[in-house]
Design a protein around this ligand. Sequence first.
Ligand code: GLN
Length: 192
Amino acid sequence: QPTIGVLALQGAFDAHARMLQQCGAKTVLIRKPEQLANIDGLVIPGGESTTFLKALERGGFFDALQEFVQSKPTFGTCAGVILIAKHVTHPEQKSLGALDVTVERNAYGRQNDSRILEAETTLPGGPFEMVYIRAPRITQTGPGVETLAERDGSPTLVRQGHLLAATFHPELSTDKRVHELFLDSVRAAHNG
Ligand code: GLN
């Protein structure tokens, strides 16, 4: 049984841990870089990416996390996508540089920046409810990035090898398909 870490420096980590547990996974909240050595996969939740970066600058956390996301299964949601992306715009910002995308922060303006939409994904089982909260927008994807869902023609759920990223918050809905998809990839990597 693999262990999933949920980065718990800020943001929506509790809801992720709950959903992963409902999927039958063992979870641990990650607050120190040393803990990364004991997990098989990691969720980087939404929240505020600049706040996240500040917390990561302490105690060698940024470098340890950068090494982790290069090879271990990692699932970023919303601010988590901004953190793992190669390029961040609006404004430009430091990131872990793992997922080959360009992501624009707070891309949907002030009026309608938070909303719930339903859209098809490539996952079986019909439309998926997507909760967007001051969401970023993926404006470019590299050749190794597979798009699993879109909003207005921009990818909102993408996968690149061991990396999964959602610009919405699947942990705030009841549909577990995206978390199950991540767990499948962790189990596959875990069983070698
Ligand atoms: N707007 C936030 C940021 O730029 C992300 C929002 C979220 O994670 N819900 O970091």
